[in-house]
Design a protein around this ligand. Structure first.
Ligand code: MN
Length: 243
């Protein structure tokens, strides 16, 4: 059986190269390793301007990855001085990826910045700099949990996790403020929103980085396994329809 194709978005960063400082597609292999270990074939999607119609026609699922901050003008705000790594071309390309996935009814796993992007796309806003009870940017190893989250019952997330309180890592200085239309909160850490879902999209969106924990934590691995399982099911349905 062939593996379902999982599109994985990627940061674009200006980095030193043999040719001088140039824009590079730069993604930690933890994302693609987690997709592959779950049975999917990851395909990194480099940022392109003016993406084509049918951008994800060959694909079965989408992972929106983490990275620098969204351009605050997307939600009508001037940037706070703490905002970093803004690349409007990445924002635009990932919006195209998400819309293509929604058009095709593909399952989506949105991680950190990916969750923030979807919230803003649906009319929500972000807290540009969190002032939470605890620091949400950990200094310990990324594979280890930093804080607990409370998972809401009757959520896709709750079905994936086997318990309602789960330890997660934390690498975000921003958070969701106003919730986008049709989104509901499925996990929190105090007042901080840690996961959302929607009923009109096959979406699991999380504020932490499950890819960094997936190799050693079965619950975090299960997020990728759930995505690949849904992607496999839709790939098979489509083959039947086409035959
Ligand atoms: Mn957190």
């Amino acid at each position: 059986m062939s593996r379902p194709l999982i599109a994985v978005s990627a940061p674009i960063e200006n980095l030193p190269t043999a040719f001088g400082d140039q824009d590079c597609t730069k993604l930690t292999t933890a994302y693609t390793d987690a997709v592959y270990a779950a049975g999917g074939q990851p395909v990194i999607m480099p940022v392109v301007v003016d993406p084509p119609e049918g951008l994800l026609d060959q694909f079965d699922g989408l992972v929106l990855t983490g990275g620098g901050d969204l351009d605050p003008t997307l939600y009508g705000e001037e940037p706070d001085p703490t905002v970093y790594g803004v690349r409007p071309e990445r924002d635009a390309f990932e919006i195209a990826l998400y819309e293509a996935a929604v058009d095709r009814g593909l399952p989506v796993l949105a991680i950190c910045r990916g969750m923030q992007l979807i919230n803003v796309l649906r009319g929500g806003t972000l807290i540009q700099q969190l002032e939470a009870d605890i620091d949400h940017w950990q200094t310990g190893p990324a594979a280890e949990p930093h804080h607990k989250i409370d998972v809401v019952a009757d959520a896709r997330l709750a079905a994936i996790f086997s318990q309602s309180a789960v330890g997660v890592n934390s690498y975000h200085h921003q958070g969701l403020r106003e919730l986008g239309t049709g989104l509901r909160v499925t996990a929190t850490c105090g007042a901080v929103i840690e996961a959302v879902e929607a009923d009109d999209v096959r979406l699991v969106a999380v504020q932490w980085h499950p890819e960094q924990m997936a190799a050693t934590d079965a619950q975090q691995r299960a997020l990728f396994e759930a995505l690949v399982a849904e992607a496999t099911a839709s790939a098979h349905t489509e083959k039947k329809e086409n035959s």
